[in-house]
Each structure stands twice: as C-alpha cells, then as structure tokens.
Ligand binder design. Structure first.
Ligand code: UT7
Length: 355
C-alpha cells in the first residue's frame, strides 16, 4: 500500500476586492458588525461572464500541475468539490477537464457536493484510489463562485457578508518517501440538520421535506401530480434560490465538531495536539477558528487563517489556506499538518498528513 502525498498545490483568487463598506452600500450592514462577528474585512468576487467556478478551478489546477512537475495529460482522475457549480448538471469535473484541454485521455471526473467539507471528502476519496494503486495523479479542486448565488437584500445579509469567491487545487500522488503523506482521513455527517444551512431551490423535492422538517417555507408548488419543478416563479420572487442559514445553530455545532474530529484523527495515529505543526481549519468564521485554537492550546504560528482577506470560500477555503501557508514558508517537509472542516449537511471531517 502506498501513502498519498500532495505533490503540487495552487490557488486562484479573483482580483476584484469587495470590502465590508462595499456591501454596506447594498444592504443594511456595516464594517464593525462584520468584523466583530466574523473577522472578515474583505472578500473577492469573480467577474461574471469572464469567470466561473470552473475557470477559477482550472487556474488553481494549472499552478498545482506545474508545481507537481506533470502535464495535464498525466492526470488519471479529477475530483471537483463545489456548492456553486456552473450548471445544475453536468458537474464542474467534466467542465474543468475540457477547460484544461485533457479530454483526449478521457480520464474519470467526479463531483463532490459536500459544501465546506468537500475538500476533505475529496481528499479521502483520492487517498483510497492512490493507496490501492488505482491512480497515480489525481487532481482535486475546491472552487466556489458564491457571488452569483447570494441574496443582496437585507433578508440575506447574515449569509451574504460571509462568503467569497476563489479556488484551490492539489495534485495527489503515491508518496515515495515513507515519512511523507496522508496518515488518515475522518468523515462524518448528520442529515438531521440538512436545512440549517442550505439553498433549497433549484431542486426536485416537490415540497416533500417541507412537511417533515421544522420549516415554515412555502415553496409555492403548483398543486399537480407533476409539481416537482426545479425552480418556480414563487421561489425566485421569495428569494428561495439563495442560501439561508441558522447561524447561531451552525456556530454551536461547529465549535463542538471541529475539536471532536481533530481529536479523533490524533487518537487514531497515537498523536497529541502538541504534535501538530500546522492546523488549517476551514475558514468559516474567524471566531470559530479562534475558539478551536484556544481549545487545542495551539500557538498563533500553528494555525493559518486568511478569512480576513477572502471571506468563507467553502470547498475552496482549505486548499487556498494550505497553499498560502506553504507559499509563506510556514509548512516544511515532514511537518504534521491537520486539515479540518465543518459545514452544511451537516458534514464534517479531518485529515492528518506529513508534508
Ligand atoms: O462555512 C459553513 C459554516 N458556517 C458557519 O460556520 C457560520 C456560523 N455562524 C456564524 O458565523 C454567525 O452565526 C454569523 C456571523 C452568521 C451571524 O452572527 P450572529 O452573532 O450569530 O448573529 P445573528 O444571526 O444571531 O444576528 C444578530 C443580530 C440580528 O439582529 P437583532 O435580531 O439582534 O436585532 C441580525 O438581524 O445581527 C443582525 N444581523 C446583522 N446586522 C448587521 C445579521 N446579519 C447582519 C449583518 N449586518 N450582516
């Protein structure tokens, strides 16, 4: 059995910087509220008609491919994690394959819909393929173009101020050096809370869940046997096509599950929190990261946060932060790196690896 190593990493952030003051022009919010509750100072927005989740993912991937010393045609398999895909279907995996010009090889492409934990889930899937010898070069991308799917009215302000656009990518390969690579990955989910952080439409649910979960949402489905339409006019008019979140509920679960799953990963490998050289938490909210840091007794040099500049980029946040920490010389060969995420689903997970 091989271990899986990150052979190359890249990220892409669009140029367009959106400050808290910029958002305050569009909705009833302000810089002080956003910074105090989330730590966010600005985020990036991609340029509509010029950029998409796929094109940003392709840019991050190109950097990762070059740094891994391979060419796009060497890729055996693509995994793409996003909650803001270009199309409802097909997924961004095949679109990025086309964007990178590697359709000739007809390698497989898989899309992951696990929101904030999408990168960890993708890493775990890739790890199994590499360990068993099935693939030698897997491209894993996390990319989001949230700016297209947010509610810029006052109704959406608790969600909209948090999110930003961006992409990160890694190339995963079998590790030659035994001391390098992924030690373990740990994945969890609890669908009880599916609607606590969600974009409910478009979907084919036909109002099914509305009668079964605590929600007062009126989906406005026509009363016909064929009511399960992707998007109704009612949904659009009532802003049901944007993300909604019970922020305090999500916050409370996040601060519980982050330390829990990191602890599980450490225990599995007979390691202690003091062994961690760098923790890269999903950038959900700076207050969540600070809580986790304090609980684990980590000094400031052992955790990387960049939500202040980029906001919450969901599936992209871990690879963007990992890439930035590495580019800044904060992760060196042999370092024990811990990745951890929690988010919509709820889904959460952690990975431990030696760089
Ligand atoms: O990445 C996926 C996982 N996501 C997370 O982990 C997010 C977890 N949750 C959070 O980060 C926080 O819950 C938020 C930052 C989203 C919200 O902070 P909060 O302290 O939970 O605020 P709240 O939603 O309870 O709202 C408090 C007040 C309300 O006003 P009243 O009812 O007290 O008068 C809101 O209407 O703040 C108001 N408010 C805002 N005010 C200014 C909500 N959003 C805004 C805003 N600007 N953007």
């Amino acid at each position: 059995m091989f271990k899986t190593k990150i052979a190359g990493i890249g990220s892409y952030l669009p140029d367009n910087i959106i400050t808290n003051d910029d958002l305050a022009q569009r909705m009833d919010t302000n810089d002080a509220w956003i910074q105090e509750r989330t730590g966010i100072q600005s985020r990036r927005y991609a340029t509509n008609f010029k950029e998409t989740t796929t094109t940003m993912g392709a840019k991050a991937a190109s950097v990762a491919i070059e740094r891994a010393g391979i060419i796009p045609e060497d890729i055996d398999f693509i995994i793409f994690a996003t909650l803001s895909p270009d199309y409802y279907f097909p997924g961004c995996g095949v679109l990025v394959q086309r964007e990178l010009g590697i359709t000739k090889t007809e390698c497989g492409a898989l899309d992951i819909r696990n929101q904030c934990s999408g990168f960890i889930y993708g890493l775990s899937v890739a790890d199994q393929f590499i360990k068993t010898g099935m693939y030698k070069n897997i491209l894993l991308i996390g990319s989001e173009m949230h700016s297209m799917g947010l509610d810029y009215s006052n109704d959406g302000r608790n969600v909209t101020v948090i999110f930003g656009d961006g992409a990160g990518a890694v190339i995963l390969q079998p590790a030659v050096n035994e001391k390098q690579g992924i030690l373990s990955t740990h994945l969890h989910a609890n669908g009880t809370y599916a609607e606590k952080l969600a974009t409910l439409s478009p979907g084919c649910h036909g109002g099914y869940h509305a009668s079964r979960v605590e929600t007062e949402i009126d989906y406005g489905f026509p009363d016909t046997p064929y009511g399960g339409i992707f998007v109704t006019e009612h949904m659009v008019k009532n802003n049901q096509v944007a993300a909604t979140m019970d922020g305090q509920f999500v916050f409370k679960m996040a601060v519980q599950k982050f330390p829990e799953v990191i602890g599980e990963a450490l225990k599995k490998n007979g390691l202690d929190k003091s062994d961690i050289d760098m923790l890269i938490p999903h950038q959900a909210n700076l207050r969540i990261s600070q809580f986790v840091q304090k609980q684990m007794g980590l000094t400031d040099d052992k955790i990387w946060n960049n939500i202040q500049k980029y906001g919450n980029t969901t599936a992209a946040s871990i690879p963007i932060a990992l890439c930035e920490a590495w580019e800044n010389g904060k992760i060196k060969e042999g370092d024990l790196v811990c990745l951890a995420a929690f988010g919509s689903g709820f889904t959460w997970g952690a990975a431990l690896l030696h760089w």
